[in-house]
Design a protein around this ligand. Structure first.
Ligand code: 13P
Ligand code: SF4
Length: 313
């Protein structure tokens, strides 16, 4: 059955000149069928430069929106329109607008995990791959608002020595890892290195051997001579880690609540291979962005892409 779906996907993508982009948190079978698998920055870069007529973004809604903002003349689909993001939800545009108005004179930096309406209020968008370089590209005395992830903002403040004003948002997956259980795992596997995404709380980043975006975690594990790793980010990344490093051992970090699979992003996992096939076949659900919002938000995303290129990211 899966063979047939994959064959159909292959026929449809060729017929329709479609490109399938997938994030590392997608189901393994989606990652394996995608033309390109990457982190949020890489997905935006691909969406900006593709010559395909159709982009199927296997990820969450803000990723599809970013692709549409950058490529307004292409049709952009995501397999499940309900695939949202708790971090983007923690920052409604009208409240963020008030926060900016109450703190005048600040440059506004927003994480890519935001709605198009929030990006339209933003000066520069960042991802976890380029946040440090983008903040450091601004003068040291620049007053900065950073939203919505307070853990990423706090981490960037620490490594750059800045004092950015932080919005109080978190990701439900990364805020849920259990420090106690991770330290228990470390006692069981003393040779294992702890790798963490900067959306995790400071107490977890402090005990980690490497902190970085999904692509950075993957690169670190691949280049490391170490054989064992405890991975504190969404468990989907383990698929590429294992594929690229068949001789290494990757242990997913456990969440606080053992009864729920919080180390999996419920939203990311809404996309399935079958929904991807139906999406290509029926050309829906489609992502639309109001032109007024698009015109405002594209500036902040393009600024991110320009600075990233300057740094070779
Ligand atoms: P990356 O940009 O590191 O892939 O992160 C995306 C994300 O949603 C993390 O939760
Ligand atoms: Fe959003 Fe967290 Fe899921 Fe990433 S893992 S898409 S930040 S809810």
């Amino acid at each position: 059955m899966k063979e047939t779906i994959i064959d159909q996907i292959n026929i449809l993508r060729k017929e329709k000149n479609a490109i399938i982009l997938a994030h590392y948190y997608q189901e393994a079978e989606i990652q394996d069928v995608a033309d390109f698998v990457g982190d949020s920055l890489a997905l935006a870069q691909w969406a900006a430069k593709t010559t395909a007529d159709i982009i199927v973004l296997c990820g969450v809604h803000f990723m599809g929106e970013t692709a549409k903002i950058l490529s307004p003349n292409k049709r952009v689909f995501i397999p499940d329109l309900k695939a949202g993001c708790s971090l983007a939800d923690s920052c409604p545009a009208p409240e963020f607008e008030k926060f900016i108005a109450n703190n005048p004179g600040h440059t506004v930096i927003s994480y890519v995990n935001t709605t198009a309406a929030v990006k339209a209020l933003t000066d520069i968008v960042v991802t976890s791959t380029n946040a440090r370089q983008i903040v450091e590209s601004l003068p040291e005395d620049e007053k900065i608002i950073f939203g919505p992830d307070k853990h990423l903002g706090d981490y960037i403040n620490k490594i750059t020595g800045r004092n950015m004003l932080l919005w109080d948002g978190v990701c439900h997956v990364h805020a849920q890892f259990s420090l106690e259980k991770i330290l228990d795992l470390k006692r069981e596997h003393p040779q294992a290195l702890i790798l963490a995404h900067p959306e995790c709380p400071a107490y977890l980043l402090e005990v980690s051997d490497h902190v970085g975006s999904t692509s950075s975690i993957l690169k670190f594990a691949t280049q490391s001579l170490n054989k064992e790793f405890i991975v504190a980010t969404e468990a989907g990344i383990l698929h590429q880690m294992q594929k690229d490093n068949p001789d290494k051992i990757f242990i997913p970090a456990p969440p606080e609540d053992a009864t729920c699979a919080c180390n999996e992003c419920f939203y990311m996992k809404m996309n399935t291979l079958e929904k991807l096939y139906l999406c290509l076949k029926n050309e829906q659900p489609e992502i639309f962005v109001e032109e007024e919002v698009r015109v405002k938000s594209v500036k902040s995303i393009e600024r991110m892409l320009e600075i990233s290129e300057r740094y070779g990211l």
